[in-house]
Unconditional design. Structure first.
Length: 101
C-alpha cells in the first residue's frame, strides 16, 4: 500500500487546491478550473486504486468516464459563461442577482 501513497498524496493536494479555488474565487471561469482540478484528482485516485482491484482496468475505465464528463462539462460551462458575459457584461457570480428568480 505504500507504493500508491505518493499518488494519493498528489490527488489529495490537487483536490484541496481545486476546492480552495472553487470556494475563494469570484470568477466563473476560475471556478470551472477548480472543478476540473478536483475531477483530475479523482482520476489519479481511480488509477492508483486500480492496481489493487481484481480487474485493474476498472479504475482506468472509470477515469475515462470522468474525463468524458469533464470534457462535456467544460464545453457546456464555457458556453453558458460566454452567454452570461454577453448578456450581463461581467462574469462575477455576485453581480448576477437576476438569475436567482
Amino acid at each position: 500500500m505504500n507504493d500508491i501513497f505518493p499518488y494519493l498524496l498528489v490527488g489529495g493536494i490537487l483536490f484541496a487546491i481545486g476546492l480552495t479555488i472553487l470556494m475563494t474565487k469570484k470568477n466563473l471561469i476560475l471556478m470551472l478550473m477548480g472543478i476540473e482540478l478536483m475531477l483530475n484528482a479523482v482520476n489519479i485516485n481511480f488509477v492508483a486504486f486500480s492496481k489493487y482491484d481484481k480487474i485493474p482496468e476498472h479504475g482506468q475505465i472509470f477515469a475515462l468516464f470522468v474525463m468524458m464528463v469533464a470534457a462535456s462539462e467544460v464545453a457546456v460551462g464555457l458556453a453558458i459563461i460566454l452567454k452570461i458575459k454577453k448578456h450581463y457584461e461581467n462574469i462575477n457570480p455576485e453581480n448576477l442577482n437576476e438569475l436567482k428568480n
